[in-house]
Design a protein around this ligand. Sequence first.
Ligand code: KIV
Ligand code: NA
Length: 264
Amino acid sequence: IKPVTLSTLKQMKTDKDKITILTSYDATFTNVMNVAGVEAILVGDSLGMLVQGQDSTLPVTIEDMCYHTAAVKRGNTNAFIVSDMSFMSYSKPEQALDNAAKLMQAGANMVKLEGGSWLADTIKLLSQRGIPVCAHLGLTPQSVHKLGGYKVQGKSQETADLLLQESLELVEAGADMLLYECIPTALGKSLTEAVPVPTIGIGAGHYTDGQVLVLHDMIGLNLGHTPRFVKNFLIDGRNITEAFEAYVKEVKDMTFPGAEHGFK
Ligand code: KIV
Ligand code: NA
């Protein structure tokens, strides 16, 4: 099987072939995701909660991210690996470059950073040095204390306009992918139409170029509160591989996410 590259993902946007992403933190699940046909794997800092038992993503370090990225890389055959930069590992451009380099050397194909316009200089630097960047906008969990909780973003005209402006700025700076978390479905649609790079949504409706779900959420292992955008695919007697295959199929044929998983 041919490896998935950034060019593959960009072509998929053009072809309106939905991009499927799941989070993984180890070699075994990554291997099964490859079998199921997921195009990209996100080594998310959600591992802070799901693997380490923390109550947010803030305690996760860049060393933790490198450890899990290396494990995912060893289990991977052909998926595109995106790794999260941990809280405060990219607060200054030069520092971001050093830390992004560590993730790339551990096996990442792209790094993901949370934030808006303030990231433009950082993204420009990483991009110029040959590091693909995904910008994560909307609900940015590393800012949970500033946001005052895990809340839907971009609900007012003003904040929606700001998201569009910041998205265009970050693409101009060199971002190759944009990820939107918890924004209204209609905004997910207009942003996807407005930007030239692939958009990935989680709680952003079915119009984005691709979808991502957290592994534990989509196999029913979500412990506390289950967010509205989550669906358990490990049902109807499926095994884990079949659950991943069902996710891929439902994203491709646009039955997931349904209206009930989105925000107005
Ligand atoms: O860390 C993570 O799992 C993520 C997804 C929720 C997008 O960033
Ligand atoms: Na994350």
